[in-house]
Write a protein that binds this ligand. Structure first.
Ligand SMILES: *Cc1c(COP(=O)(O)O)cnc(C)c1O
Length: 350
């Protein structure tokens, strides 16, 4: 961690919360994603909640999302009081757009939270044609592109997380919503700051979900070099795809999608093979992780929906057969790549 001059200046001006750095980050992210408005907030989870709320999602509405995501995606929907509907994923691990598109025809859907999973995208062409509000969970996808458009600009609102584990990670919790809807942006800006439009002038009940100036400074520093970060991830992804046979590579760049590869997952033919690969990589001291070990419909937090094993078979299968490979700086060193290919080759019999 480098303490830059930008970070040092915060200790001098002592404007700790919503300082100039926060406004600068909002402007930079709005320009980067080519959206009219950006509203900084306390986390990716809050970004999702604020966006849903500002788009009029409340009790009585129905909102779809995928069970194969981080818990915050679905929890944000429950927080609004709306009804949550899970839709299974496709081969590409993304929410099945065709299934989403059939729900509004049955008058059963008002909005969807689409997740740009692992920095790639569901089929936004199909989803955006079905006339519902689309809240894009772009927490993992900063810098990724779909049909020439940046992640965050594919729905009515796009939500980012700057949690340290994300490719554009800060030094703590922070998030942001981008949108072209000025009214929604004004509503979010007030709500995340205790419902205030001016100091001590409250337009509605609010929450405290503001961004710290130190966070904004750290994220701005990272944003200055973000092209290099994306280049590193995309290069490594190509190496993995071209050198690891016998597994499926569900996240790939193509003519429509240019992913950010926040995670690089591979899918094994069987749960047993995945377990063997995981053990062999860990034994060799190589990082690997299961994203995600359990689909949300089987988690206690969502038990009220009454789902059981077998309801979303593709999400369940993905949890059993997926493994994420290292994406850090070290991962592209030749000796480490060599070891990783050898260990996996042995497990896969290649
Ligand atoms: C990380 C993440 C979130 C939550 O972000 P926080 O900043 O941790 O609140 C939401 N959705 C997805 C898909 C994520 O990966």
């Amino acid at each position: 961690m480098i303490i830059s001059n930008r970070i040092r200046r915060v200790f001098e001006h002592e404007n700790w919360i919503l300082g100039d750095e926060v406004r600068e980050l909002e402007t930079r992210v709005a320009n980067y994603t080519r959206r009219n408005c950006a509203v900084a907030c306390g986390s990716g989870a809050d970004a999702l909640y604020l966006a849903l709320d500002a788009m009029g999602i409340c009790a009585g509405k129905t909102v779809a999302t995928t069970p194969f995501t981080f818990g915050a995606t679905a929890a944000a929907i429950l927080r609004t009081g709306a009804r949550l509907v899970f839709v299974d994923i496709g081969q590409d691990l993304q929410i099945d757009a065709v299934q989403v598109a059939t729900l509004p025809m049955l008058r059963k859907l008002d909005a969807a939270v689409t997740v740009d999973l692992f920095g790639s995208f569901p089929d936004y062409k199909t989803i955006s044609e079905c006339g519902i509000k689309v809240i894009e969970d772009a927490a993992q996808a900063f810098g990724a592109e779909y049909d020439g458009r940046k992640a965050g600009s594919l729905g009515h609102a796009g939500c980012f997380s700057f949690h340290p584990s994300k490719p554009l990670g800060g030094i703590g919790d922070a998030g942001m919503v981008v949108t072209d809807d000025f009214d929604a942006a004004a509503r979010m800006r007030a709500r995340c700051n205790h419902g205030q439009v001016l100091k001590y002038s409250y337009v509605e009940d609010g929450l405290n979900s503001r961004m710290d100036s130190l966070q904004a400074s750290a994220i701005l520093d990272k944003l200055d070099n973000y092209d290099a970060e994306l280049h590193h991830r995309r290069t490594l992804a190509r190496l993995y795809r071209d050198n690891i046979d016998g597994v499926r590579h569900p996240i790939q760049s193509g003519c429509v999608r240019n992913p950010s590869f926040s995670i690089y997952p591979v899918i094994f033919d069987s749960p047993e093979l995945r377990e063997r690969a995981k053990a062999a990589l860990s034994h060799a001291g190589l990082w690997c992780r299961v994203y995600y070990p359990s689909p949300l419909h089987l988690e206690a937090a969502f038990a009220a929906l009454g789902h059981k094993r077998g309801d979303f078979p593709r999400a369940e299968r993905a949890c059993e057969t997926i493994l994420a490979l290292p994406m850090d700086e070290k991962a592209s060193q030749l000796d480490q790549l060599d070891r990783l290919f050898n260990v996996l080759g042995e497990v896969l019999g290649k």
